[in-house]
Design a protein around this ligand. Structure first.
Ligand code: NAP
Ligand code: MG
Length: 495
């Protein structure tokens, strides 16, 4: 420490030798200037199509500003993309598996190198906080490609005694809540197994998928192996029912998932569906409550509740109901809602005006049906953009709409239970079955409850933890098929 003449204390710079290696602080991600073209076209057969035809804007939901114009794919564009994938697929499948792996490793490394740019772009296009895109989404995207690169030449070990063959052309349709991560979940296993892909990102968040196509181009993938086409639900429907598509992988709402199931029924197409959820948390009185509150907060509020597996129903053992509710209120009041590009922001912008309207509708409905709404935070929200304060309902009955339907917003329903059996029965009382959380200090209780919960993933004393080696997927109306891990490969091979 040096004491200057005016009496203030300053921290002396470290000796120059400490910086001899050239190490410096990396810039904060929000300082990265991301280039966005005024208009994007489709990436088909390794080239960007000509800019003709209908376009639609993609917005920054935090400012309502148009980021750029996106092309609406026509039936002809879908045909071209499917044909390109069909022509490329036998050659891609015939490559030595180790060579396919090299492409995927190269892609994973380029994603890591361009992680800051991808994080900023994801946050601008989707409204999710930069700390989520920077610390969760983009690292998981790279991890997914690394993991599946490792499988490319080991498929025979994944399916011992069988000879796995690729399925063919995969039509992959993804939603707006984890735009690049969902693209990675779909692309990485498909490519590792020798399939070629036509990917359609969501209308409101196409930019990172398009940037990924640029990176794929930069990594010199053979033309047609990955094709990215943009458009609305019509494009998705055309792709899903296209006769040249052998497998459809869809993540999105249960409503659209049912339409795709109907459209592909009897066509011989393979299908996996990752759909909605109304996932329960169960907190027992012996749980570490501070830890549980943090898990619950992270499980629903950090992405504005726009998480398919958001823990949106909280079942609290009756003896600790008041304690949990007041801790929840206190912790929620500390969450920062606002500029998603600010690294201190916890809750960003809701992805679209339509989604915000849906959430507000549920907030009204919850109050009308007799539940009590606790809205947290009093700081003024930005004048422009789509914002929703984190909130929760108490006095919720299992029959209330807010306890039954997926809200897809930062809204939690708090319910109570007396016995473990009642907790399980209430938690399972839903048409969905995507995920669940159990909070207790007792190991035996964890195993007992987890076994009885009808959910694809059960997190114990934690929530929303993902790993490419760990399969993810649902039961019942949450869909079928798994993504990630050994199980996820199964969707992309035939025998
Ligand atoms: P969505 O409306 O079902 O849209 C998902 C994708 O399907 C979008 O690309 C959409 O295009 C496209 N689409 C719309 N109509 C279609 C049709 N008739 N045929 C084919 N494709 C069609 O869902 P969303 O509102 O984007 O996403 C929210 C939902 O996704 C929630 O229910 C959530 O639970 C679920 N989700 C599930 C998981 C999971 O892993 N289980 C993960 C994330 C999200 P447009 O964007 O142009 O509408
Ligand atoms: Mg957008």
């Amino acid at each position: 420490m040096a004491k200057p003449a005016n009496g203030t204390t300053t921290i002396a710079s470290p000796p120059a030798a400490e910086f001899a290696s050239g190490w410096t602080y990396a810039p904060a991600p929000e300082s990265v200037k991301v280039q966005i073209k005024p208009r994007y076209t489709h990436f088909i057969n390794g080239v960007w199509t000509r800019a003709t035809g209908e376009t639609f804007p993609t917005l920054n939901p935090a400012t309502e500003q148009t980021l750029c114009e996106i092309s609406q794919a026509t039936g002809g564009d879908v045909d071209k993309a499917v044909a390109a994938a069909g022509a490329a697929q036998p050659k891609w499948a015939a490559l030595a598996p180790g060579e396919r792996a090299k492409y995927l490793f190269r892609l994973a490394r380029r994603i890591q190198e361009r992680a800051r740019e991808l994080s900023v772009l994801e946050t601008m296009d989707s409204g999710k906080p930069i700390k989520e895109s920077r610390d969760v989404d983009i690292p998981l995207v790279a991890a997914h490609f690394f993991y599946h690169a490792g499988w490319a030449d080991k498929l025979a070990y994944a399916f011992p005694g069988r000879t796995p063959r690729p399925v063919g052309v995969c039509g992959q349709i993804i939603p707006w809540n984890f735009p690049l991560l969902m693209a990675a979940w779909k692309l990485a296993p498909a490519l590792a197994c020798g399939n070629c892909v036509v990917l359609k990102p969501a209308e409101t968040t196409p930019l990172t998928a398009l940037r990924l196509a640029e990176i794929i181009e930069e990594c010199d993938f053979p033309p047609g192996v990955v094709n990215v086409i943009t458009g609305d639900g019509r494009t998705g429907a055309t792709l899903a029912s296209h006769p040249g598509v052998h497998k459809v992988a869809f993540t999105g709402s249960t409503e659209v998932g049912k339409k795709i199931a109907a459209a592909t029924a009897g066509s011989g197409k393979r299908l996996t569906l990752e759909l909605g959820g109304k996932s329960p948390h169960i907190i027992f009185e012996d749980a570490s409550l501070d830890q549980a509150i943090e898990g619950i907060i992270a499980g629903i509020y950090f992405n504005q509740g726009e998480v398919c597996c958001a823990g949106s129903r909280l079942f609290v053992q009756e003896s600790i109901l008041d304690d949990v509710t007041s801790r929840l209120r206190r912790r929620l009041s500390t969450l920062r809602v606002g500029d998603p590009l600010d690294k201190n922001t916890d809750v960003g912008a809701v992805n679209s005006r339509a989604q915000l309207d849906t959430i507000r509708n549920y907030l009204r409905l919850g109050a009308d049906e007799g539940a009590t709404l606790h809205e947290c935070g009093t700081a003024p929200l930005p004048a422009k953009g789509f914002w929703c304060r984190p909130s929760f309902f108490t006095g919720v009955q299992p029959s209330h709409t807010i306890a039954r339907e997926e809200i897809f917003g930062p809204v939690l329903s708090v319910l109570s239970f007396r016995t473990p059996d009642e907790a399980v029965a209430r938690a399972n009382n839903t048409p969905y079955g995507l995920a669940a959380g159990v909070w207790t200090d007792k190991g035996g209780k964890i195993f007992d409850i987890a076994r009885k919960l009808k959910a694809g993933v059960v997190w114990c004393n934690t929530y929303n933890k993902f790993d490419p080696a760990s399969p993810f997927g649902g039961y019942k109306e949450s869909g079928f098929g798994r993504e990630g891990g050994l199980h996820g490969l199964r969707a992309y091979v035939d025998f």
